[in-house]
Design a protein around this ligand. Structure first.
Ligand SMILES: Cc1cc2nc3c(=O)[nH]c(=O)nc-3n(C[C@H](O)[C@H](O)[C@H](O)COP(=O)(O)OP(=O)(O)OC[C@H]3O[C@@H](n4cnc5c(N)ncnc54)[C@H](O)[C@@H]3O)c2cc1C
Length: 237
């Protein structure tokens, strides 16, 4: 098992200017097993039997022991990611306020590629625009951001309140920072949905970072069981 101190404070870059960092964490695979054994007033019975019990729990959706493990992340991501992430009501959040802190000029998401609208599915994208067209769009977007930010600053200079001046900023592209806490049971639900083939590329990038960089090293048995009983067979997995 990975030493959890090597994960605490670790920051992983995501997208062009985003990141996710593990601020705090409580528990490990054994905490899940030990919580389950309380039902029988028992204790650890060695790694083989402990792992077997953990697999039994997940296979049979005996999920409450997985709530004994908690993760707290600090995330910096575009609002379009926040918009989707914050629908997960079982998480606890605290988000940056544009009413207190003015936005910086590099606070906008510039996609590295321009995905095409999928024809087969209204919500999805497929393929990319050719490089020449993509470069044009990227330049146009950067110009749009500069102009929006200049208007925002001009409004602030005139004395307009930060809470109102932000209407000049491109809302979905703004980078936001928030703190988000959840437990391993609800995190698996989030990962199942947001690593899925139907989730938007941007939130998938964050979900994949959580899974590969934090969840899997912190909870190797749980991750193995999660792949076997939940993810296996899912589209795109
Ligand atoms: C690919 C994709 C496309 C989406 N498209 C849209 C969209 O077009 N429009 C849109 O509005 N949303 C959309 N969503 C968001 C989606 O509807 C959910 O709000 C989001 O995924 C959170 O899921 P959840 O409610 O299961 O999670 P959580 O809020 O974390 O809840 C976890 C579980 O707790 C239980 N629970 C929580 N709250 C309640 C409650 N009030 N009553 C009963 N049970 C509860 C449920 O069992 C739930 O599954 C989309 C999500 C995905 C993954």
């Amino acid at each position: 098992m990975t030493d959890r101190t090597s994960l605490l404070g670790k920051r992983v870059p995501v997208l062009d200017r985003g990141w996710i960092e593990l601020q705090d964490m409580m528990g490990d695979d054994l905490a899940i097993v030990n919580a389950a054994r309380v039902s029988y007033l028992g204790e650890s019975k060695g790694p083989d039997r402990d792992k077997k019990l953990l697999f039994y729990l997940l296979r049979h959706r005996h999920t409450t022991p997985f709530e004994q493990v908690e993760f707290k992340f600090r995330v910096r991501a575009p609002v379009l990611v926040w918009w989707q992430w914050s629908r997960h009501r079982t998480w606890s959040y605290n988000a940056q306020s544009g009413r207190y802190t003015p936005f910086e000029d590099d606070d906008f998401y510039l996609p590295s590629t321009w995905r095409r609208q999928a024809e087969s599915h209204k919500q999805m994208s497929e393929g990319e625009l050719p490089e020449s067209e993509a470069a044009e769009l990227t330049a146009a977007l950067a110009e749009h951001y500069d102009r929006s930010f200049a208007l925002y600053q001009a409004a602030l200079k005139r004395g307009v309140a930060r809470e109102l001046a932000r209407v000049f900023l491109p809302g979905f592209a703004l980078y936001y920072t928030w703190v988000a806490k959840t437990d391993a049971h609800n995190l698996m639900h989030f990962l199942d949905l947001r690593m899925g083939a139907h989730a938007q590329h941007e939130i998938r990038a964050y979900a994949a970072a959580i899974y590969q960089e934090f969840f899997r090293p912190a909870l190797p048995w749980t991750a193995e069981a999660f792949e076997q009983f939940v993810l296996k067979g899912r589209e795109g997995w």
